[in-house]
Ligand binder design. Structure first.
Ligand code: NI
Length: 180
């Protein structure tokens, strides 16, 4: 298994819409295994293939405290949704940012599992929130897109500052050119 690198906002590749998986073959199974390893290593509770620059409709999630209940959703579709819930979300592609987002409280999801079997599941709580967050990634959408103009502006300023600090650090870390 391989730990894949995770794209970070505002990388434009996070905006690519993912394509449906045609068949759950060895390649897809390997992707699922690699995504799980990447998610556990990050560590995170969910990961969409888009975040590792693979534009296929695949999600992995594990919301268990013991980190031993991996779930996989291939070609997920929301069949119905009910209620509203607000939860402070974070994202592996937007490090150090946590903001409240309103999602549906309960959803019914149809998807394929890692064996290519179709299942329909009624989800609620954190799992329902997580599936909706990850499904947004497959559409090229990020949780920060839901923020108000003011909050988004603040976020962009914070990221610009982070980038400036990083380039300053790179400059100081650079090996000086030998003088002859
Ligand atoms: Ni995310």
């Amino acid at each position: 298994m391989t730990i894949l690198s995770i794209l970070e906002y505002p990388d434009p590749r996070l905006r690519i819409r993912a394509e449906p998986v045609k068949s759950v073959d060895v390649e897809v199974k390997t992707l699922v295994a690699d995504m799980l390893e990447t998610m556990y290593a990050a560590p995170g509770i969910g990961l969409a293939a888009t975040q590792v620059n693979i534009h296929k409709r695949v999600l992995v999630i594990d919301i268990s405290e013991e980190r031993n209940q991996p779930m996989c959703f291939i070609n997920p579709e929301i069949l119905s949704s009910e209620g509203e819930v607000s939860y402070e979300e974070g994202c592996l592609s937007v490090p150090d940012v946590f903001e409240s987002v309103i999602r549906s409280e309960r959803i019914k999801v149809k998807s394929l599992d890692e064996n290519g079997e179709t299942s329909e599941q009624a989800l609620d709580g954190l799992l329902a929130i997580c599936v909706q967050h990850e499904m947004d990634h497959l559409e090229g959408k990020l949780f920060v897109d839901y923020l108000s103009y003011l909050k988004k502006d603040r976020l962009n300023k914070k990221l610009a500052k982070k980038a400036r600090l990083r380039s300053k650090k790179e400059q100081t870390d650079r090996i000086p050119t030998p003088v002859i």
